[in-house]
Design a protein around this ligand. Structure first.
Ligand code: NIG
Ligand code: FE
Length: 423
């Protein structure tokens, strides 16, 4: 036994397991089982998996003969699972600080988009950038996420639109996955906007006939690994029929469905997500009652993005209605040049204050439910035996300080640990 142990975290004031019965997600009913231990210890093996978590005295006696590569005395500190960011757009060149000023002065997101700014501005800069330049931009963003406690992040393409530029973005994500300790779930989002000079149906055709076959080929040769497919389903971007066709074709080549919908206008995206048994629909500021009911029934998760609603002064996503209906609610930062926030602690804070989530609900949404939204909750999102040893250690006696101290995470997060290794 002794040769197999990587890390002992001992005597923590609290260890928040989130859940401990192999749950793959927590809905409102499941929140009753939200699991936390006082005065506890945790063991991670050399395979990076949790071997034990339990009362400090018990772990002490069970492991007193064992030797560990690393021992952290967490007296007075708290342990929570690594945070999971279920929605980010971190690969891009250029920024849009000038547009932030325009939005503060009253311009809407769609006005900027239709005038050729917004996503189009970023596409122009990203298409011109070399892979090296894009990677040089991506690295510090992912490291910033790590420092804010994110151990697994979804990362989208979508600022290329044309095939070569999309492949370039996906390859950069692939390279980051090999280079950095942070876990990555990658998403092809070629239908993030309609390329200039094309109609949505032409763009859809090209995605179906050219992009997806090419991606399939690259995946089968092991040149790319892509986890999810995404579409910006929105009035004036991709309508429901184009979205359905793209998502289904993506699913046919083995991608998980995780798409943008019901953000600026109601489009019945939630209903479409349920129809396709999507893993997740993001945004949902404009979701209908029927959409909420359909998502609850189909177990399609809602990835809510409080930063977007905050920055664009949109209607708040209806987190309470969704939770009450039994929807699986996850959170994401939506990090992108419009919403420049990499911090899941800030996202959880906004979720609590603006969307009326409890702190336990926000943490479940940023851990086990975010893992579910990425199809990874069998391995991520809670501190349980045989799950990955991804955790953060907080310099506070109660874990809720991470949400309560708005923007205070830099000082609160003492260690970020992935697969039992301090990163
Ligand atoms: O999730 N709404 C569409 N996509 C992004 C914004 C991307 C951008 O503005 O660059 C979002 O908010
Ligand atoms: Fe987004």
């Amino acid at each position: 036994m002794s040769n197999d142990l990587r890390l002992l975290v001992k005597n923590a004031k609290q260890i928040v397991l989130v859940c401990n019965n192999g749950e793959r997600y927590l809905t409102k009913d499941g929140m009753k089982k939200f699991a936390l231990m006082e005065n506890a210890s945790l063991v991670v093996g050399k395979d990076g998996l949790v071997k034990a978590v339990g009362p400090a005295g018990l772990i002490d006696s069970q492991y007193k003969e064992a030797s560990f590569e690393n021992v952290i005395d967490a007296s007075g500190m708290c342990v929570i699972p690594g945070l999971i960011d279920a929605h980010t757009h971190p690969v891009w060149a250029g920024d849009r600080v000038h547009e932030f000023a325009m939005k503060l002065a009253g311009a809407t997101y769609m006005e900027l988009h239709q005038a050729g700014g917004g996503i189009h501005y970023t596409v122009e800069h990203t298409s011109r950038a070399s892979p090296e330049q894009l990677l040089a931009g991506l690295r510090p963003r992912l490291l910033r996420m790590l420092r804010a406690g994110t151990t697994l992040a979804e990362c989208k393409s979508g600022y290329g639109l044309e095939l070569d530029a999309e492949v370039k973005m996906l390859s950069v994500i692939e390279q980051a996955r090999r280079e950095l300790p942070i876990g990555i779930s990658s998403t092809y989002c070629g239908a993030h906007a309609v390329p200039r000079g094309k109609t949505a149906s032409q763009a859809t055709d090209e995605i179906l006939k050219v992009h997806l076959p090419k991606l399939k080929d690259k995946m089968s040769k092991g040149e790319l690994s892509i986890d999810n497919i995404d579409v910006f389903c929105e009035r004036g971007v991709f309508d429901l029929n184009c979205t359905r066709a793209i998502l289904k074709a993506g699913q046919d080549i083995g991608l998980q469905i995780n798409f943008h919908g019901d953000e600026l206008y109601p489009t019945n995206s939630a209903e479409l997500g349920a129809e396709l048994s999507a893993l997740a629909v993001s945004h949902l500021e404009e979701v209908s009652d029927e959409g909420i009911a359909a998502m609850a029934k189909s177990k399609t998760s809602a990835v809510l993005l409080p930063t977007t609603a905050y920055i664009l002064r949109l209607k708040q996503p209806r987190a309470r209605d969704m939770l009450d209906a039994g929807v699986i609610v996850a959170l994401g930062s939506d990090f992108n040049p419009n919403a420049y926030c990499c911090s899941m602690p800030i996202v959880m804070h906004l979720g609590c204050v603006n969307m009326k989530m409890s702190m336990n609900e926000a943490l479940a949404a940023a851990t086990i439910n975010a893992a579910y939204a990425l199809g990874k909750s069998h391995l991520h999102g809670s501190l349980e035996v045989d799950k990955q040893g991804d955790l953060i250690i907080l310099n506070s006696a109660r874990w809720e300080h991470l949400i309560y101290q708005f923007g205070g995470h830099q000082e609160l997060i003492r260690y970020v640990i992935i697969k039992g290794m301090v990163v």
